[in-house]
Design a protein around this ligand. Sequence first.
Ligand code: FA5
Length: 357
Amino acid sequence: MTTSPLENLHEETAQLLARIESLDSIDALVEAEPFIIGKRSVLSTMQKSLGGLEPDARRDAGAQLQEARRNVEDALSRRRAHLAELARRTQLEKDRLDLGDVVVSSVRWPATTGHASLVASTQRELEDVFVAMGFTVSDGPEVESDWYNFEALNIPPAHPARGMWDTFYVELGEPETVVLRTHTSPTQIHLMESAVATSSLPIHSVMPGRCFRRDTPDARHLATFHQIEGLVVDRGITFADLAGVIETFTQAYFGTDISSRLRPAYFPFTEPSAEFEVTCTICRGEGCRTCSHTGWIELGGCGVLDPAVLSAVGIDGDEWSGFAFGFGIDRCAQMRHQIADMRALIENDVRFLEQFS
Ligand code: FA5
């Protein structure tokens, strides 16, 4: 008795279908395909063996084989589509950006946070010192009219004192009428005007802020720097009150180790006027490049309010008197922390900045 060439067709087909289901990637499928359905497959071998059959038996067997082949091809193409979809999803997952992800290798660890710059923290410390002495804190605009920056401060146009401040002008309105403020003193005027308008004299206030001058940067100067203005308008104020405030401030901010002095000076808006200096903390008064070998560093100017300023804002100089001062915040930071060159404050060198975190 002869055996049929398709005797194992069911079993072989079942094995092929199981093998197809076990393929786990497109690459594996491409590699296995010739053995499942190609010339080297069991179905092709069976096809070849049909040649020896009688015509009727060959036709029947051919039809069975054809059906088995169709099943295997369908299973293969379903598996191919499934594996292609899986591959697409895997790629999508890989390409997905999780914006909340922290790539640990790219951050400094332990993580660091920013901190206020030395100038900002100095400004806060100075405000604290004056608030403890009973002053309020106010601020004013950085762009000023010529009137606030100069004229109301008793510095009319063409007055030689304008040369004390090398000015940046803003191209707005009439030429040279709008300025980047060269000092915080114009804020005194705003404050006095509003105190008059609201009948809220006396004034005891400090006004910190940014100032601008066409100064060439050097060890003690920047083109953009900071001042803290002080203004007291009250009854019976004298130069002795001003000297007392400056003495108290020096001890509170620098401690008792530092020597300070007031030297006669000239400002058009105060009379008498003085410059406030401290011993250079870089050389301890010996003389160095920072203090131009004088042993002293000027921190600011001050004086008793000139009656012309009081009358410019409508304050009765017979009833009220006052004093004002303006200290360089950057200079205060420089002397407190013994910084030989003020330009270090704006150079953004992390090694320098981190010392003040
Ligand atoms: C003034 O600006 C006056 N407005 C101060 C004043 C106020 C006098 C109230 C009387 C009454 P002066 O130009 O000297 O003064 O500047 C005061 C301080 O600002 C200086 O002592 C210095 O500490 C700081 N300063 C001035 N120019 C610069 C600059 N280019 N860079 C850094 N700090 C500066």
